[in-house]
Design a protein around this ligand. Structure first.
Ligand code: HEC
Length: 157
């Protein structure tokens, strides 16, 4: 397939940049799609209550917030591993990943790295004992980096 020939070197660079796991070679495209969707859902699972706490829809619980921030940082660091060759809609996968991804991987990786950096910043802010008001803009910045990528690369079901 022509497409995969073009994408191979780019993908290799992308995976290096995202510090690919040595386990990666074992994954089938189906597994990779399920992995990334599962990791994203786990991120959302933790992120939702954190947003609700900051917005006052839920009482602020520093311990729960800290646990959520740590988990999101860990998950953010692994989700890129699920973006491997053969996992597009045109490969027959059940995915919301837009086809633009396949020729804009450098831009996608930049958005991914921003999210990882923002998740690390939030985890550090929490660990350094910042209070709810101080955490508000840090969480907002992370949420913005989720939204930026979804607008560009997440399509409909
Ligand atoms: C670099 C791009 C990118 C970033 C950053 C990103 N996402 Fe996503 N997200 C996606 C893509 C692409 C999908 C669809 C994956 C698929 O279907 O294969 C997705 C799917 C999801 C889903 C699953 C929804 C569904 O039913 O398909 C959730 C929940 C989610 N993301 C939450 C988040 C949260 C929370 C953040 C930030 C903390 C975030 N994402 C950051 C690209 C991104």
């Amino acid at each position: 397939m022509k497409k995969s020939l073009i994408n191979k070197p780019m993908l290799a660079v992308a995976l290096l940049l995202s510090s690919a796991s040595p386990l990666l070679h074992a994954a089938s495209p189906e597994d990779a799609v399920e992995f990334r969707q599962g990791v994203f859902r786990a991120m959302g699972w933790n992120f939702g209550p954190m947003g609700a706490m900051i917005q006052g829809r839920k009482p602020f619980d520093a311990e729960a917030f800290a646990q959520g921030a740590e988990r999101v940082a860990v998950l953010a660091n692994m989700v890129a591993e699920g973006f491997i060759e053969g996992t597009g809609r045109s490969d027959g996968m059940d995915t919301r990943l837009k086809e633009e991804y396949w020729y804009q991987q450098a831009n996608f990786d930049k958005l991914m790295q921003r999210m990882v950096a923002n998740a690390d910043t939030l985890a550090q802010a929490v660990a350094s004992g910042k209070d709810r008001e101080e955490l508000r803009p840090v969480l907002a910045q992370l949420a913005g980096s989720c939204k930026n990528c979804h607008e560009e690369y997440r399509g409909r079901d």
